[in-house]
Design a protein around this ligand. Structure first.
Ligand SMILES: [Zn+2]
Length: 348
């Protein structure tokens, strides 16, 4: 029997879950949740490869990497295995009598999927559908798939990933077995960046800025001033210094990510205020700006961090991004007001 691999960095919880499962007990639909960049889609692809691998095995996880099925998974992010369908992002309802297409990429619609998955497996085994960062364009698109989530055809396994599961219809979410992906360890982010071809120095910097997310690490390594991180930091320093920010940063796609950047800045600001200017920072690239800020009182800092947690929960619903950013701005301005009152009273 050939040796089996499951080459995914991190994802310990889901690995343990599927590691305990035998093939007969796998459910028909899973929802992988967790922050962007913690390995949800990578895990789902390797899980699909494991399920379709022809090497004999009793468990769920593991593939030999050499069989005909595995060869179809090799070499590229989007595998070309006929029994593996992957679609990322917004899913539209589609035309009710459009021609069938297998690898239409962005063009794949909810109705295409229903048609596709009612067909027979190519290899006579399972078929696996991965809907990454699932986002239904409309309720109609979601409803077109609802029946399919309720009664999937035999032999079909659905893998959905989302960093904002609160936006899914409850009727759909309740049909899925939800597994939470935790943030990666810094060393794991570094390892993934090295595998992606970053050199030692950049991988180490990205890992220290990424806070457990490869997506965030790569964004932080983006050197241009237009990067979300730079935009959010400029907004943050303007607000806490009592200036009017030149531009907002909050958009639907950037919201969760932007709030994480803000949290790291507030945590650093708190550490510098409460511990010492030698405190080790998350946002090492903004050290000098952070050290120039007046000290923040610890209770104020906790109040802001708790507002940021609230904002993050809201960000996973359909509340407008501008509203979320306004809540954060008010929390930051509130802290600034307390500080200026303290400064005044300490002077008198
Ligand atoms: Zn194989």
């Amino acid at each position: 029997m050939s040796e089996l691999h499951f080459d995914v960095v991190g994802c310990d919880g889901p690995k343990a879950y599927f590691g305990r499962l035998d093939r007969e007990r796998i459910a028909h639909a899973y929802l992988f949740t967790g922050a962007p960049g913690v390995g949800k889609k990578s895990f789902a692809r390797r899980l699909a490869q494991s399920l379709l691998c022809e090497a004999p095995k009793s468990g769920v996880l593991g593939y030999d990497g050499t069989c005909a099925s595995c060869r179809l998974f090799a070499g590229s992010e989007s595998a070309r295995h006929p029994d593996f369908l992957e679609h990322t992002g917004v899913l539209k309802i589609g035309d009710s009598d459009a021609a069938m297409g297998f690898y239409e990429g962005e063009e794949l619609t909810a109705r295409d999927l229903v048609r596709q998955l009612s067909m027979q497996s190519y290899s006579g085994g399972l078929r696996v559908l991965l809907l990454g960062d699932i986002d239904f364009a409309t309720h109609h698109a979601a409803n077109a798939l609802l029946k399919f989530f309720e009664e999937p055809p035999r032999g079909v396994i659905l893998l959905l990933t989302s960093s904002t599961p609160g936006r899914l219809l409850v009727t759909i979410r309740s049909r899925l077995i939800e597994l939470r992906f935790a943030a990666l360890a810094q060393a794991q982010v570094r390892e993934i960046l090295l595998r992606m071809g970053y050199d030692d120095e950049r991988a180490a910097l990205g890992a220290s800025l990424g806070q457990g997310s490869v997506t965030r690490a790569i964004a932080a390594l983006g050197d241009d001033d237009a990067s979300l991180r730079a935009q959010v930091a400029a907004w943050f320093f303007a607000v806490v210094e009592g200036r009017t920010p030149a531009e907002g940063w909050a958009s639907r796609d950037a919201l969760d990510e932007g709030l994480e950047v803000l949290k790291s800045l507030v945590r650093d600001w708190t550490a510098l205020s409460a511990v010492s200017s030698e405190a080790s920072l998350l946002a090492v690239d903004y050290g000098s700006e952070l050290r120039a800020l007046p000290a923040i009182a610890t209770p104020d800092a906790f109040a802001i961090l708790s507002k940021l947690d609230d904002a993050q929960r809201l960000a996973r619903t359909n509340v407008s991004p501008q509203m979320v950013s306004e809540i954060v701005r008010m929390a930051l301005t509130g802290a600034a007001l307390t500080r200026s009152r303290e400064t005044r009273s300490s002077r008198t």
